[in-house]
Ligand binder design. Structure first.
Ligand code: BEZ
Length: 219
């Protein structure tokens, strides 16, 4: 009982290495540490197959998969349904709408992965995973986590925006301001020395609100 309680409450946090696991998916068995080597991973849970909000969300991931591909990112879905339910649902949605969930979906029937990632949040639901999204970088470090309740679908624009913001931040060693999107100015990290502070005061190409709030265009 004690052990079960602990497992349910395991909650990886931003900056943690993503816990490893093996799982059955709609694309065959995977070992997470070998999955999508050198790529970003967006791993997301949904409460249940054959439910309306989940169908819209999974279709959203499927329709915009090309944008994730362009960001060197693999999609990995999960629910605690069986592989048979997953296969039936994928086929049903394809027949009804033409949208094909062309990414692996974990059949976490024993809830091993959901527990490992804190996707089971019993005060929201005792029988289904919440709508979680884990952004995992190519070193398998967790970089951003979103949790949504059962009754509110996620926002695909925001998922893609956050992914691109993380990647751009890493590449250019900058931070992203409120509502940042591709093409917007970025935030230059605050100076660490007086010399750095003076350099930025003297640099006319920067947008300076004050020495600690400085923005620039990315070339
Ligand atoms: C849905 O996806 O519509 C849904 C799934 C589980 C509980 C409530 C809604």
């Amino acid at each position: 009982m004690e052990l079960q309680e602990t497992q349910v409450n395991t909650m990886p946090r931003i900056g943690d290495m993503a816990p490893d696991f093996e799982a059955v998916t709609t694309k065959g068995k995977i070992k997470f540490s070998d999955f999508a080597k050198d790529k970003w991973i967006v791993m997301f849970s949904h409460p249940a197959d054959f439910t309306p909000v989940c169908t819209t969300e999974m279709s959203g991931f499927a329709i915009r998969k090309g944008e994730f591909d362009a960001l060197n990112t693999e999609l990995l879905g999960l629910s605690i349904d069986s592989i048979h339910a997953h296969l039936g649902w994928v086929n049903n949605v394809k027949q009804n709408t033409g949208v094909y969930f062309d990414f692996p979906i974990i059949a976490d029937i024993d809830m091993k992965v959901s527990k490992l990632y804190g996707m089971l949040q019993p005060n929201e639901s005792e029988t289904a995973a919440v709508r979680a999204v884990f952004f995992i970088d190519p070193t398998k470090k967790i970089r951003l986590i979103m949790y949504y309740p059962l009754n509110v679908g996620r926002n695909m624009d925001e998922i893609l925006r956050a992914l691109e913001a993380l990647q751009t931040s890493d590449k250019f060693k900058v931070a992203m301001p409120l509502d940042w999107k591709k093409g917007d100015k970025v935030i230059v990290p605050p100076p660490k020395t007086l010399d750095e502070m003076q350099q930025r005061i003297d640099d006319d190409s920067l947008e300076k609100i004050d020495f600690y709030l400085v923005k620039k265009d990315l070339k």
